[in-house]
Design a protein. Structure first.
Length: 122
């Protein structure tokens, strides 16, 4: 079972995502609303994939992406953003994102994006 860490500053969105992911058969091992929670949690649990929002009040998700890839190179990262700008996509790809998912998305799109990232691993 794929273990997923959710990193988003919105508790409502994290809760909704967790419900969708668990219904689809994934295991949510961590929910983080900021970088400190994410990195403290990643030390304790082995996530296969981080679902990472781009915008946080204190730190950019793209900066967090660099740190995740440096500290946990085998962990896949699916970046989630509402901005459909080429610079965000280019920065995410440059920093090692394994995929990018644009908001708004439905549950099927989310599951398909995660499965694409997981398949890339094999």
């Amino acid at each position: 079972m794929t273990k997923i860490a959710l990193a988003d500053d919105s508790g409502i969105l994290r809760s909704a995502l967790k419900n969708v992911l668990e219904t689809a058969g994934f295991e949510v091992v961590l929910e983080a609303e900021n970088s400190q929670e994410l990195f403290n949690g990643l030390k304790r649990c082995a996530a296969d994939l981080v679902l990472l929002d781009v915008f946080f009040p204190s730190e950019s998700g793209l900066d967090m992406l660099v740190k995740i890839k440096a500290q946990y190179p085998r962990t896949k990262v699916l970046v989630v953003t509402g901005l459909r700008q080429d610079n965000v996509l280019a920065e995410a790809q440059k920093n090692g994102a394994d995929g990018v998912l644009y908001k708004p998305f439905d549950s099927r799109e989310l599951v398909a994006a995660i499965e694409r990232v997981i398949v890339k691993e094999k």
